[in-house]
Design a protein. Sequence first.
Length: 329
Amino acid sequence: MFRWGVLSTAKIGVTAVIPAICDAENSVLSGIASRDLLKARAVAGRFGAPHAFGSYEAMLASADIDGVYIPLPTSQHVEWSLKAAEAGKHVLCEKPISLHAGDIAALQRARDTHGVLIAEAFMVTYHPQWLKVRDLIAGGAIGRLRQVQGAFSYFNRDAGNMRNQLSLGGGALPDIGVYPTVVTRFVTGKEPVRVSANVERDADFGTDCYASVRADFDGFELSFYVATQLAARQSMVFHGDEGFIEVHGPFNTGKYDHARVTLHDKTHTGATEWSFGDVNHYRLQIEAFARAAKGEDTAVFSLESSVLNQKLIDAIYRAGETGNWEAVS
């Protein structure tokens, strides 16, 4: 069994990833770390973890931990991923793993130097819903792909929330803009060439609260918007000359909609739908990571793909500042 440690008692860990670890068939929750030992003990006791640590360093020094999941604020992701790798621990780090593409090179070096697995936690890439979309596009189900359209929004103006704190890496693009970009790259296997964008920032927080983006890929376009101050919505559509694919509940399945994929024909007179029931993509991610960390031939989201996705986000910010098309490089 792969022995997991969780670095902090952050909400995403407690509500989604720790339960997934507990349910995974090849993993066990070994420890919880917090700068507040009482908080670590409380979460460890809730989930039956045998170890609670009053510091992150203590967890990384423990022989009872094989790998860590890091749900710390975004601004701390690179720092603690590096420290974990240097301690010989495998690392699954919440997205975005970095706020700048150039910073990921240090993680690649640490991975190779210390012989550990480091991966960004894009749980969507493990969901059969997105594997189905990839297979449909590759199989020519919609003919030539021409247009991808997406949206991801919620409303949050809580000043205490890290998503609204610039110093912690808050903002719409780091938090949710990474999803339309990563799934489009994942299902098409292609990379964007240039991007244009309108990026708006909150007057009080300084974080980007809205972004409207157009990215040119090889042969098709991706258009999407993300917002932290709009009514909640998630949508992804892949449109070709022989039909189009709607992805329902594309990012947070079960919260916004059930996990479904609908394939519409060219004349819009017929449709085929696949439903994926109660699939937990967090559990699938945990199990895949544990297998890969133990040396099994299992696909996980690579740091090389993380670099490419962050390059696109970086270019969106540049385009928002200049008002011009910006190369993704």
